[in-house]
Write a new protein. Structure first.
Length: 249
């Protein structure tokens, strides 16, 4: 059997991908959100992680092939170990762990279609964008585009600081590690200003910032368990709460 050229498949998708989708169960509410995305964002390519697609392929087959979903691939085999670390140390299940990592590797926001996943991520978020009003479709289109800029503009910074943090962690340089992780948090707070049109001090979650690298360090992951290349899969990720109840249709 000829192995798939995974990096070639990754390269063919990454440029045009606009989000990675995650949910735990394919409930009626999730299917409603899938249909809502397809109807209103028909020109966005959205990615489905391998484990999620393995579980729900038959039910999602009409949405594959860019309608709006595309199957995602691991560009390099070594990354298969990283979701297991996120499961072990952060308590996420395999679907969420893989989707979070692939959002980083594909330089895309994570689109969360499941209320339970939003609640789980809220508990460990570096920060959040809250809204206290209905969002019209133009609000959604604008702020999904802004979320694209969030992950793209922060990606080089996330990888560079990730590499530095991992080196400091491996060498036991506590001050260097804390300083580097603090810079990542400062970048999050600065980025939140992009969302001034909808941001509120109180309200419902529109977006969460997740910093998996910071969380792994805080939870005491063994330094030797993290390959330096994992920095590319541990970027700061904007996680969007795709919930039509936030929208005025």
């Amino acid at each position: 059997m000829v192995e798939q050229p995974l990096f070639s498949l990754y390269a063919a998708i990454v440029k045009n991908l606009r989000g990675v989708v995650v949910f735990n169960e394919l409930s009626e509410a999730v299917l409603k959100r899938v249909s809502w995305l397809r109807k209103r964002f028909r020109y966005r390519d959205l990615g489905l992680p391998p484990r999620l697609l393995e579980k729900f392929r038959e039910s999602l087959k009409e949405y594959l092939g860019g309608k709006p979903f595309r199957e995602l691939y691991y560009p390099i085999e070594k990354y298969r170990a990283l979701p297991k670390l996120l499961e072990e140390y952060l308590g996420f299940n395999e679907l969420v762990s893989e989707a979070l990592m692939l959002s980083s590797l594909y330089i895309s926001p994570l689109l969360v279609l499941d209320d339970l996943v939003i609640r789980e991520l809220s508990e460990v978020a570096a920060s959040a964008i809250l809204v206290n009003r209905d969002m019209g479709i133009n609000d959604w289109k604008l702020h999904l585009r802004i979320a694209d800029y969030t992950v793209l503009d922060m990606y080089s910074f996330s990888v560079e600081t990730g590499l530095r943090a991992l080196k400091c962690y491996a060498e036991g340089e506590k001050d260097c590690l804390e300083e580097t992780l603090a810079k990542r948090q400062e970048a999050v707070e600065k980025d939140k200003k992009r969302y001034w049109r909808i941001r509120s001090e109180k309200g419902r979650v529109f977006m969460l910032y997740i910093d998996p690298l910071k969380l792994l360090v805080e939870r005491g992951v063994e330094p030797r368990a993290i390959d330096l290349d994992y920095a590319a899969g541990l970027a700061i990720i904007p996680c969007i709460n795709v919930n039509p109840e936030l929208a005025s249709t």
